[in-house]
Design a binder for this molecule. Structure first.
Ligand SMILES: NC(=O)c1ccc[n+]([C@@H]2O[C@H](COP(=O)([O-])OP(=O)(O)OC[C@H]3O[C@@H](n4cnc5c(N)ncnc54)[C@H](O)[C@@H]3O)[C@@H](O)[C@H]2O)c1
Length: 377
């Protein structure tokens, strides 16, 4: 099959690598640096290790920043769907892309992997006609592995295109995920409510941890004691400075702004409240020089979109605290003072804040402020 993928971010590139195991994949991407990296088989934008374990076929992948008029069997859209001012996800770039391509490639099957807002499918259908919505569930940091081993395949759409899309998406994966054929609106809800649940769970354990931190109680014991109940479980329960990343804040915002909710409507507020509490806690300690160990929300990912650590740093700076940052993977942003080694970071600062701790700084544990209790994401 000939497949075109539009957008080479986490979703587009991870799916391109997965589909390359059996198909010819062309990628259309407007970022010239990404185009030249991918042409050189450099997939480091995905910050993922052990790709050599996977049946990726580099010779099946091509990438360009120019539109072409090849006839593709499938066109997969992995464009950003950012929040607009009214807190709803924007699908206009998807409509533009499909609209333009359908003029020259009317027979391709169009599959949208970008996250759609509630009612987004209808907007696309009304504007440009038939397509399939197959929401993506991969995680940054393990995007390619997740593409090869998806937790489930959801196909929104009501006709024979859905079966063809399901065949394409299930034939290259290395597991046997459940495939659910559903209507568009249900597919939208499965995606958005999944991310909303994850955000809520993080917010829940963070609120619990805020209380324990302020009362000087041991969060580890409490969370462990709760999680022994199988209905709660000993997973996805590790406190942090707050949830961040590209998807959880914006997808939660989408649900809050499109539906009448009571519990969900408070999730993003709870996250802001968490960060405020962490800021106040640090300020009370009276530190003048604070080090920061890495900016991303997760170990193993360099993604810093909506990073709670960055929100924290900006707030601390406003209180006149000197900030020193160690993060070799994120060198290009902001004007913070950069430190080249963890040794120096710990030498020149009063305390180092770390959203997540890894082996390289465990030896400094007495000089670290973290809420990472279980050493996992
Ligand atoms: N990041 C995740 O973990 C994740 C997981 C599941 C779903 N999603 C959803 O998938 C979609 C894409 O997310 P992502 O994280 O891959 O985004 P991303 O920002 O990492 O990548 C998007 C890519 O599209 C390119 N692009 C933008 N406009 C373009 C255009 N007009 N033509 C061609 N290329 C263009 C950008 O340069 C970028 O490389 C979003 O809707 C997101 O919500 C993301």
């Amino acid at each position: 099959m000939k497949i075109l993928i539009c957008g080479a971010g986490y979703v587009g590139l991870a799916n391109a690598l997965m589909l390359s195991s059996k198909h010819q994949v062309s990628i259309y991407e407007i970022d010239k640096k990404r185009v030249s990296d991918i042409s050189a088989n450099d997939y480091s934008i995905l910050d993922e290790r052990n790709l050599e374990d996977l049946p990726i076929v580099n010779s099946n992948i091509s990438v360009t920043d120019k539109n072409d008029s090849v006839n593709y069997d499938y066109v997969i859209i992995a464009l950003p769907t950012d929040s607009t001012e009214n807190g709803r996800l924007d699908v206009s770039n998807i409509i533009d892309f499909i609209g333009n391509h359908k003029k020259t490639q009317p027979n391709s099957i169009y599959i949208v992997k970008s996250t759609l807002p509630i009612g987004g499918s209808k907007k696309i259908l009304d504007s440009v006609g038939e397509f399939i919505y197959a929401p993506e569930f991969l995680r940054e940091g393990t995007a390619v592995h997740d593409a090869f081993y998806p937790s489930r395949i959801i196909i929104g759409g009501t006709n024979e295109l859905a079966l063809k899309a399901s065949e394409l998406l299930s034939k290259c994966v290395l597991n046997q995920p459940e495939i659910i054929l559903t209507n568009y609106r249900e597919a939208e809800c499965i995606k958005l409510f999944s991310n909303t649940y994850l955000a809520m769970r993080i917010a829940f354990f963070n609120e619990l941890d805020t209380f324990m931190m302020n009362e000087n109680l041991d969060s580890r014991t409490i969370i462990h004691g709760m999680g022994l109940d199988d209905r709660i479980g000993l997973f996805y329960n590790n406190p942090s400075f707050g949830f961040g990343g590209y998807c959880l804040p914006k997808d939660t915002e989408e649900v809050i702004n499109s539906l009448n909710t009571k519990l969900i409507s408070q999730i993003n507020n709870s996250n802001s409240y968490r960060i405020e509490n962490i800021i106040n806690h640090i300020l009370k300690c009276g530190y003048k020089k604070i080090g920061v160990y890495k900016l991303s929300s997760k170990t193993g990912s360099k993604g810093i979109r909506n990073s709670s650590t960055i929100i924290l740093i900006d707030a601390l700076k406003k209180h006149g605290i000197e900030i020193y940052v160690y993060d070799p993977e994120n060198q290009t942003i902001n004007d913070w003072i950069r430190v080249e080694s963890t040794k120096k970071l710990f030498e020149i600062t009063d305390i180092v804040i770390a959203n997540r701790i890894d082996d390289s700084i465990k030896k400094y544990k007495d000089k670290i402020f973290t809420r990472d209790i279980f050493s996992c994401n």
